[in-house]
Design a protein around this ligand. Structure first.
Ligand code: SF4
Length: 328
């Protein structure tokens, strides 16, 4: 039994002060990932700072038309909120495709951004894992890597990011708001998560003691349509083998705006800049969409067991973009 001290913070300042940037401290939101990892012995915090009572639990339109989502807004409340359903269907659909109803009722927006990989070797203390124990090796590279990364991986880690919400946030150019010992700052959602490189223990660019306070959703271009689609091994309560979030705006039959991101393929949500560049200014056809998707996935380097993901992602993106092109 490992003793853990617990403090319920009443303000962001109190939470940041209680955490103090200590490596043994963790913020506790819904606990749907952190508590699981504590039970497995993967996470062994000595201090838990409960942030669930902080006044960060609303979804509010800003004067510039953007929408600010507080960090403690529950996933179920986010997906059901009228502003999100009407203006950002891709966000609502992504959240609803993740986890189970019970988990979405507990999990928070900020916690969704910070959930750890579900790589089985990361969760198994008997296996080598550079993310859990830096320098110990990566059991997945020669092990069962059927659901691991095909883009952006490194010789040190081939894990994928498990979030659905974060794929949608990357596609809509969301911004993450942070508070911490050094003051507040913002980070684009596309830059919040890292590729593994030689430091796979770092999932994000968050600094010690920093707390996510909100996610800002910018107003989408007038007339834009969006969609999230995910493929998994069973109908619910499973992580993405591959997913795609897409935002398209067409004018006079030409694509004027494209925001596209893949999930399940990399250590972070993968913004498909090459696909976007190939689509902008074109009149979409099945052939042009297929070429644009291929431009991104040509970068893929599959592992022994997961070449199927490239085909899956290609088919998924082609279908979603083709369908949005006809409704935009
Ligand atoms: Fe650990 Fe990453 Fe290798 Fe999985 S893929 S065992 S998380 S280092």
């Amino acid at each position: 039994m490992k003793p853990v001290s617990y403090l319920r913070a009443g303000s962001v300042e109190e939470a940041a002060s209680a955490h103090g940037g200590r490596t043994e401290a963790r913020y506790l939101g819904g606990g749907t990932n952190l508590v699981d990892l504590m039970k497995l012995g993967v996470e062994r915090p000595e201090v838990l700072v409960d942030i669930t009572r902080l006044p960060l639990d609303d979804v509010r339109e800003q004067p510039d038309g953007s929408v600010r989502v507080g960090a403690t807004v529950r996933n179920s409340d986010l997906a059901a909120h009228p502003l999100i359903r009407e203006r950002y269907p891709v966000v609502s659909q992504a959240v609803l495709s993740g986890a189970s109803g019970q988990l979405r009722n507990m999990a928070t927006t900020g916690g969704n951004l910070l959930q750890r990989t579900r790589c089985a070797y990361f969760q198994d203390l008997a296996k080598a894992c550079n993310k859990r124990v830096p320098g110990s090796g990566c059991a997945a590279i020669e092990g069962v890597n059927h659901d691991h990364a095909v883009l952006g991986h490194s010789p040190h880690c081939v894990a994928t990011n498990p979030s659905d919400l974060c794929v949608a946030l990357a596609a809509v150019d969301a911004v993450v708001e942070l508070a911490g010992p050094g003051g507040g700052r913002t980070v684009p959602a596309t830059e919040f998560h890292r590729l593994p490189g030689d430091q796979p223990e770092l999932d994000t660019v968050i600094r010690p003691g920093e707390l996510i306070t909100a996610v800002l959703l910018p107003a989408l271009p007038h007339g834009a349509v969006s969609h999230y689609r995910k493929v998994r091994e069973r109908a619910s309560y499973a992580f993405a083998l591959a997913s795609v979030a897409a935002v398209l705006q067409l004018e006079d039959g030409e694509i004027r705006h494209a925001g596209i991101a893949f999930g399940g393929l990399a250590h972070r949500p993968w913004r498909a800049r090459r696909t976007e560049a190939a689509l902008l200014g074109t009149r979409p056809s099945p052939e042009s969409v297929a070429r644009a998707v291929e431009a991104e996935l040509a970068e893929a380097v599959p592992l022994r067991d997961n070449a199927y993901k490239v085909t899956l992602a290609r088919d998924l993106a082609t279908q979603v973009l083709g369908s949005l092109s006809t409704t935009a």
